[in-house]
Write a protein that binds this ligand. Structure first.
Ligand SMILES: [Fe+2]
Ligand SMILES: [Fe+2]
Length: 185
């Protein structure tokens, strides 16, 4: 199914991002300076690729259909689990953003800790979240949604993927990820 294949492929890229971000956090603990450009790229990868492209597709397309059509346990899992975790991820990113801005103005060990804490917590959250979606949420959707709805979700995903702004963001951030992997993996 195209819709789920696209989401699964994005999970693979986000998993690569998690490795990069963890290695970058470890490099700070080992005494490297915080390279602001790299951390900004990681922050924006989270905001744009993981959130605006990936989580948005889940929320507006797949999860929305599961809530509307399946309801019951699917709705509970999505509203109380997946959507709450998306929001916690957004909170970590906004705290990371704040800490990075403050660090630029006035570097301190406390702010370094805040940067590492939020980026690392974001990685842990995404890692667990991806396992739940791959093993439970996506298969549940695929099993319970009608063939007609699954076809509609494929069409909506194609439309989203073909949107020129989404396509250029995807290409840009996958290049950013490659660059970061060369440096940190
Ligand atoms: Fe998700
Ligand atoms: Fe996901």
């Amino acid at each position: 199914m195209y819709c789920i294949d696209v989401l699964l492929e994005e999970h693979d890229h986000i998993t690569d991002f998690i490795k990069v971000a963890r290695n970058a956090c470890c490099s700070i603990i080992d005494g490297q300076p915080i390279y602001n450009d790299d951390f900004n790229k990681m922050l924006n990868f989270g905001k744009v690729y993981a959130d605006s492209l990936h989580h948005k597709k889940e929320e507006d397309i797949l999860f929305n259909a599961m809530i509307q059509e399946v309801g019951g346990p699917a709705e509970k899992m999505i509203r109380n689990g997946m959507l709450v975790e998306h929001d916690i991820g957004r909170l970590y990113l906004s705290e990371l953003d704040k800490a990075m801005n403050e660090y630029l103005l006035s570097p301190s060990t406390q702010l370094k800790l805040k940067i590492i804490t939020n980026l690392s917590a974001y990685c842990d959250l995404l890692e667990r979240h991806i396992v739940k979606e791959n093993q439970v949420a996506y298969p549940f959707g695929q099993k319970t949604l009608s063939t007609q709805t699954l076809q509609r979700l494929d069409d909506e995903t194609k439309h989203f993927e073909n949107n020129s702004q989404n396509a250029s963001h995807r290409e840009y951030y996958l290049n950013v990820l490659n660059e970061l992997q060369e440096k940190y993996c």
